[in-house]
Design a protein around this ligand. Sequence first.
Ligand code: GAR
Length: 193
Amino acid sequence: MTHIALFASGNGSNAENIVRYFSGNRNISVSLIVSNRRDAYVHERARQLGVKSLTFSRVEFEDGLAVTDVLRVCGVDFIVLAGFLLKVSQPLLDAFPGRIINIHPALLPKFGGKGMYGDRVHRAVVDAGENESGITVHYVDGQYDGGEIIFQATCEVLPEDSPEEVARKVHVLEYAFFPKVIEKVIAEGRRSD
Ligand code: GAR
């Protein structure tokens, strides 16, 4: 059994979708939701879903020790960033080598980097007059939105689309593909262990 920790900073709709996807799965379970914000709506979702959720401060995420200890105690062996807005620190990367993945709401390497998250990304896509956007799932390294790309899916952006409409299209892709990509990455990792 692979135990996932989901890291989320805000609303947590992807986190909820992932928890629901893996409920009843014999190989993968979501053991914990971790946030950097005590008031994030993801905690309410976690409560309703019956999943433990915890908050750590920015300093604790940077230091990594307390977070790593809790993840170990909870038996976590894989981390999924689902709308998590802090950079993952080196101690955490070292504790989970090749076992942290992220979703970004655009087609990296475009529209990534520090400060590019959530609605800001969709606004930048519209402002740039792009005719497509999408999602990128990638391994996490020490850079914002760096790391090897695992999967991308695209959606059309029409000239009249608002950032909110692009966000809606991107969320549809996220809900459809992200859990399946997580499942595949974990299954392939298990085969090569
Ligand atoms: C998602 O669209 C995710 O791709 C994005 O934040 C949103 C969170 O929504 N992540 C980033 O921008 C990371 N750079 P949610 O909280 O409803 O899942």
